[in-house]
Design a protein around this ligand. Sequence first.
Ligand SMILES: C[S@@+](CC[C@H](N)C(=O)[O-])C[C@H]1O[C@@H](n2cnc3c(N)ncnc32)[C@H](O)[C@@H]1O
Length: 221
Amino acid sequence: MVTKIDNQHLGLKVALRETCISEAGIDARIVCETHGGLGRLGGLIYRHDWGMVLEKDHDRASVLAQQRPTWRVYCADSDKVLADGLAAEVAFTILDCDPYGQAWRTLAGFFESKRTFASTMAVSVTDGVRQKMRMGGFDMAGWEAWQDRFGPNLWDVYLFCCRERLTSLVAGAGYRVAWWHGQYSRTGQQTYFAAVLRRDDIVPHGADCNSPPASRIGDHA
Ligand SMILES: C[S@@+](CC[C@H](N)C(=O)[O-])C[C@H]1O[C@@H](n2cnc3c(N)ncnc32)[C@H](O)[C@@H]1O
């Protein structure tokens, strides 16, 4: 029997992203897709949108360029180019991070770089770190604070730690986590999470400066 390992959980990934984008209630969908692959997610979810897609494999990046002629398509290491400020002038409202392995370097590259941040973002992530932790020998740099609290292996509390780590990371860019969903894959190897991020300090265009920010109204963080 041949096991299909690429995008095994495509349906779940799609559902997670669509739910997150819907919860965010964003008007302008401006997408940053950090691991474009062969464009399966993009073809299903972002076909009517505009944005930037990154892919380090040249052949796959070529497929993406054909699939999305109006997008910014780069054959690049997303961790590095985002950290270096690629497309820093674009206020992305959707961040889609779908690597095979760990997502944290990419997320740090995006949120720790100097860039224009939208008032609301929908962020969806696939992450394979939990499996690496389970197998041992994984470089735990960045997880020290949680290891101090929970012990050396974070396997059984990984999702909880992801939520805290994301909250802390995005706070540096002025965001709070207004909505969150996370779960493990059936085998437990992958972790899927999504969050709606809001920056309450941003007054929407045309709003009365003396009014409370619109994003606070009806928000249940
Ligand atoms: C799980 S696949 C992405 C699948 C894609 N979301 C889709 O729906 O077709 C992960 C992809 O990330 C690419 N990749 C891995 N590390 C990368 C990096 N640092 N920068 C850019 N692309 C990377 C791989 O070449 C692979 O195509």
